[in-house]
Design a protein around this ligand. Structure first.
Ligand SMILES: NC(=O)c1ccc[n+]([C@@H]2O[C@H](COP(=O)([O-])OP(=O)(O)OC[C@H]3O[C@@H](n4cnc5c(N)ncnc54)[C@H](OP(=O)(O)O)[C@@H]3O)[C@@H](O)[C@H]2O)c1
Length: 271
């Protein structure tokens, strides 16, 4: 049976790519779209497609007046939590692509989801290849004791490191603490040039024109090296497949699942 989905942020950079894919999919039915600036218009037309009969709502509660299984949110850090709570309290599962929620926000959302018997999948990066790069890095860290991360992004990216690398560094550090051969306090010269310490993992962030978004996880062993490299392009298509996968699976989840890699390997603990 088709999964009925509403998208909050349906006209944005990421949300519009997801909404286009939903309209064109046979597996999903788009039943709602939210954008304050395009309220009242047909979302198909707004996205440059044929009219699809779904009128853009100005708010999430309005969009959820039609029967809906899943709300996908690609809006803004200031509103995503309330959108998630509204959806869960209306008996709708939630897929969260919007960044900026804190650990405490996730705990609250998890509690409400469990109370309502609903699922939530939240990921700072819904790209399948980024999720796989993270998974392979975590596998490698089980066997290799020393690593550092280099993140590459355009000159205009203001946060450093970005959410994906922050999450990756934290997850790697949780597997084990990497070997540090010269402790920071013993570095001669400029210790800052050794990068940031994220729970034990050293991270270097490059910000330059000509770069879009990527990272290398560098594992070093005596006389050998392993590099796990990920690179994203300029458009939002990498996030579509992972978001749709989450929309497909969120009905089987109870409470919150964080990270696309966790969702991918949820039932395969040995992988
Ligand atoms: N998880 C991932 O893989 C991934 C990938 C890409 C982006 N993101 C995250 O997704 C979020 C959106 O990014 P984006 O680049 O798509 O942003 P964007 O282009 O600015 O789009 C934001 C969308 O949300 C709506 N919106 C903005 N503020 C709102 C508010 N206060 N209340 C309700 N709707 C609001 C906008 O429409 P109106 O202004 O008309 O309401 C628009 O449709 C960001 O947090 C970004 O970091 C995550």
């Amino acid at each position: 049976m088709a999964i009925c989905v509403a998208v909050a942020g349906a006209t944005g950079w990421a949300g519009s790519a997801v909404t286009r894919a939903l309209i064109q999919s046979e597996e999903f039915v788009l039943v709602g779209a939210v954008s304050r600036s395009h309220a009242g218009q047909d979302i198909g037309e707004v996205l440059g497609l044929s009219p699809c009969g779904v009128v853009v709502a100005g708010t999430v509660p309005e969009a959820l007046t039609s029967a809906c299984d899943v709300l996908i949110d690609y809006t803004h850090p200031t509103v995503v939590k309330q959108h998630a709570i509204t959806a869960l309290e209306s008996g709708v599962h939630v897929v969260i692509g919007t960044s900026g929620l804190t650990a405490q926000d996730f705990e609250e959302i998890d509690e409400i989801a469990r109370r309502q018997g609903k699922g939530v999948v939240a990921a700072g990066n819904f790209s399948l290849t980024a999720a796989l790069a993270k998974h392979f890095s975590l596998m490698a860290a089980q066997y290799l004791g020393s690593w550092e991360i280099v993140e590459y992004a355009s000159q205009s990216k203001v946060d450093a490191p970005g959410g994906t690398v922050q999450e990756l560094a934290e997850s790697l550090s949780a597997i084990r603490q990497p070997d540090i051969f010269v402790p920071r306090e013993n570095v001669i010269g400029r210790p800052q040039s050794r990068g940031a310490d994220i729970q034990g993992t050293t991270v270097h962030a490059v910000r330059l024109p000509g770069y879009i978004l990527g990272f290398d996880v560098l594992f070093g062993m005596p006389d050998e090296r392993l590099t796990i490299h990920h690179e994203a392009g300029q458009n939002a298509s990498p996030y579509v497949a992972g978001t749709l996968l989450a929309a497909r699976k969120v009905g089987q989840v109870s409470g919150i699942v964080r990270g696309l890699d966790t969702l991918l390997f949820l039932n395969n603990p040995d992988q």
